[in-house]
Design a protein around this ligand. Structure first.
Ligand code: OGA
Ligand code: NI
Length: 353
């Protein structure tokens, strides 16, 4: 992993105004993909308060089930992260990326580690790169926090990140419990695998690029974990999800969290709920910022189809591996759509009994 050797995109843009795109960032193969012009194909909007309301939740529960099953992506409105906490989180994220390059370098990723400031998923010297800078941190359980990479500037970043991720964790845990209900399994079937679950955060900074149609902000991928909750920091659009062979742009609703299901959820449910491929495109004039919080099972959980869902071994579509191996495999692969998950599928042999 040589990501620490790659200069930040922000520095490059500062030097050239984003006019000169180094060859390592040019991605002709991704720019020709069709984008859906039909904005009616908007991702579902789910009302968190209605989900929690015992009287009014019937319709919302069914809509939520549909969103998980048919889309794997939805916007969550009326969610419970206090406005002030979300606002503070957006501010520290902007303030961090505005710091001088020299200051940010103090928190640069180190070889073989994901935590810190840099690029994600750099696995070879030849590999093409995404047009973004990231700050990636482990937030839960507390013993996984590597404070060396938690910036102490801006001064309130640490305390804000702590509060924000705690609030987001609550939302994620509520959603997981309701998803279990919708799947007609006991909430404990999932919750037990998530005691001391791993939570990480990725703050993304996508600088503008004069040749925006020749670069990609974040390569097509599906997320590794159970649930990802994304807060978009400013009004600049960029996130797109793959649906029926086309990229569908997401227009975030102010105050909403954009939620998506990851590969682990697809495996747990043996494919009943699916992770969905998504990517981020870059704006020619404006920077874009987002904060993604990833929720995963505990480190000691096995990753495989839940026995409550795939009762017989022969029904299992995915293999079962320990969590450490699962994460090692995911993070050592280049981001390439859902290829990683394809590799987790068991080969169905007609002779098996
Ligand atoms: C991610 C991601 C979306 C965004 O960080 O995995 O998909 O809007 N981010 O930045
Ligand atoms: Ni993602």
């Amino acid at each position: 992993m040589a990501s620490h050797l790659v200069p930040s995109v922000q520095e490059m843009v500062a030097a050239s105004g984003g006019d000169v795109v180094p060859p390592r960032y040019l991605r002709p193969e991704v720019t020709s993909d069709p984008v859906a012009g039909d904005t009616k194909a908007a991702i579902p909007v789910i009302d968190f308060q209605r989900l929690l309301d015992p009287d009014a939740s019937h319709v919302e529960l069914a809509r939520f089930h549909g969103a998980c099953q048919d889309w794997g992506f939805f916007q969550l409105i009326n969610q419970s992260v206090p406005d002030g906490v979300a606002q503070a989180m957006m501010e520290v994220t902007e303030d961090f990326f505005r710091l001088p390059a020299e200051t940010k370098k103090q928190f640069a990723q180190e070889p073989g580690q994901l935590d810190g400031c840099g690029h994600l998923f750099v696995v070879s010297e030849q590999q093409k790169l995404d047009w973004s800078d990231v700050l990636y941190l482990n937030t839960q359980p507390p013993e996984r926090r590597n404070m060396k990479f938690w910036p102490d500037s801006p001064a309130n970043l640490r305390v804000t990140l702590d509060k924000y991720t705690a609030a987001v964790k609550n939302v994620a845990e509520c959603l997981l419990a309701i998803m279990a209900k919708n799947l007609a399994i006991q909430p404990e079937a999932i919750a037990e695998k998530c005691i001391d679950g791993i939570q990480t955060v990725r703050m993304n900074y996508y600088p503008p690029c004069a040749q925006a149609d020749k670069v990609i902000g974040l390569s097509p991928h599906s997320d590794a974990g159970l649930l990802t909750l994304v807060l978009q920091v400013n009004e600049v659009q960029g996130l797109q999800i793959m649906r029926d062979g086309k990229w569908v742009p997401v227009s975030p609703i102010q105050g909403a969290l954009i939620v998506n299901l990851g590969d682990t959820f697809e495996i747990f449910t043996n494919g009943r709920y699916m992770s969905v491929e998504h990517r981020v495109v870059v704006d020619p004039q404006k920077e874009r910022l987002s904060i993604a919080v990833f929720h995963n099972p505990s480190m000691d959980a096995m990753i495989g189809p839940l026995k409550e869902i795939a009762t017989c071994e022969k029904d299992q579509v995915y293999m079962t591996v320990d969590h450490a191996s699962f994460r090692r495999l995911y993070f050592s692969a280049k981001l390439e759509g859902k290829n990683f998950l394809e590799g987790m599928k068991l080969k169905i042999s007609s002779s098996s009994s």
